[in-house]
Design a binder for this molecule. Structure first.
Ligand code: PLP
Length: 393
């Protein structure tokens, strides 16, 4: 990266920069203000009032009422809480303690996949539904796996790698007829597209503040009124006994403001994000042998997923980073070897194409100039890598 040049961040699906307006709202709670929401004195009451204001703001964003929301520390925690709770639930007659059946899409985030795998190790039966080559789960296929004794169905609203939107509404409607609860992981979708719990018809929904310019450390779990949650964290009576632990007031205040800003600015944000994404995709599609994945299916305006033939995604990502542009790959590096993304393999993508993929994810603070800079670097670095390994291209 040239000295004096500011790095441009295109990894907003991993985490987003904090909105300065959110930071402003949090600062008093990192300064003079402090209190435990469970304390009865004035400090505790002030903290509690701030948290309840945040709860009302998040409720407005999701079209629900505040008491149905539980604040958590992360999207992972919220997803884990629902998956484990449903396996333990005894409030429905067909939920036998030692016999659980879960239906999950293989597109789910590891916080759902790994929780389900742990339950499997404890005797649960898991049915995993892979997406089609378009990065979307077929709702009929998923519903055909649901049984009367299924404890939980997990289908995310938007996939973090590809940005593809999933048929949550159709799946939830089918599950409602069978009396089977649905968890919708909306962590990646919230703040980018409208998310309305009533319209989706799900039973549990999770969001995370740091994915839409709120702080790390604050997430929310929405639970349909009347449903129980067997808490993951136990001990104190916080969050109406659904999540023990002193509430992270500064982060929750930030989540509330981020939710309010997202609700106010959603149409404008979606428009400008799609413009940035389209600008990038128009540029890369002019290069030789670059494929844009899932371009024709409904997807988030934030996410562009491309494969560059003959180029290792990991190598391109590192060269772009050195040139001042942060992007990501969905591959995992374990013991020195790069493994292709399991999401892409589950779609039926060949391993070589999966390994040559990159994710570029946009946020509200990106600019068209940054996109043009990225395109220039992309072209240069792809050419350099192809020159280094011409046989592979
Ligand atoms: C779809 C999805 N669900 C859940 C999570 C987990 O959220 P957190 O990082 O807050 O634990 C992420 C984060 O990448 C995500 O993209």
């Amino acid at each position: 990266m040239e000295s004096g040049m500011k790095a441009a961040y295109f990894d907003n699906n991993a985490t987003t920069p904090l909105d300065p307006r959110v930071r402003e709202a949090m600062l008093p709670w990192l300064g003079d203000l402090h209190g435990n929401t469970s304390s009865v004195h004035s400090f505790g009451q002030a903290a509690s009032a701030a948290v309840e204001e945040a709860r009302a703001r998040v409720a407005r964003l999701l079209g629900t009422s505040p008491p149905e929301l539980v604040f958590c520390g992360s999207g992972t925690e919220a997803n884990n809480a629902v998956v484990f709770s449903c396996a333990r639930s005894t409030d429905r007659p067909h939920h036998l303690k030692h016999e659980h059946h879960l239906v999950i899409s293989t597109l789910e985030h590891p916080s759902v996949l790994a929780a389900a795998t742990r339950l499997e190790g404890q005797g649960a039966e898991i049915t995993r539904i892979a997406p089609g080559s378009d990065g979307r789960v077929d709702p009929a296929r998923l519903l055909s796996a649901v049984r009367a004794d299924t404890s939980l169905v997990c289908l995310m609203l938007a996939n973090n790698e590809l940005g593809t939107l999933q048929p949550v509404r159709e799946v939830a409607a089918g599950c409602r007829d069978l009396g089977v609860p649905v968890l919708c992981d909306a962590v990646q979708a919230t703040g980018k597209i409208p998310v309305d719990v009533a319209e989706l018809g799900v039973d549990y929904l999770t969001i995370g503040g740091h994915k839409f310019h709120g702080p790390l450390g604050a997430a929310a779990l929405w639970i349909r009124a009347g449903l129980e949650l067997d808490p993951l964290l136990i001990g104190g009576g916080h969050e109406r006994r659904r999540r023990a632990s002193t509430v992270n007031v500064p982060a929750v205040v930030g989540l509330g403001v981020a939710a309010e800003l997202a609700a106010e600015e959603l149409p404008e944000r979606a428009r400008m994000l799609a413009e940035l994404r389209d600008r990038f995709e128009r540029g890369v599609s002019r290069l030789d042998s670059v494929a844009i994945h899932c371009a024709d299916v409904p997807r988030l305006p934030t996410t562009s997923h491309v494969a560059v033939a003959g180029v290792q995604g990991e190598a391109l990502m590192i060269r772009l980073d050195l040139a001042g542009f942060a992007v990501s790959t969905g591959s995992a590096c374990s013991s020195g070897t790069v493994e292709p993304s399991s999401t892409l393999l589950a779609m039926g993508m060949p391993e070589t194409e999966a390994l040559s993929s990159l994710r570029v994810s946009f946020g509200i603070f990106n600019t068209a100039d940054e996109v043009d800079g990225l395109l220039g670097a992309f072209e240069r670095e792809v050419a350099a890598l192809r020159e280094l390994a011409p046989a592979a291209s």
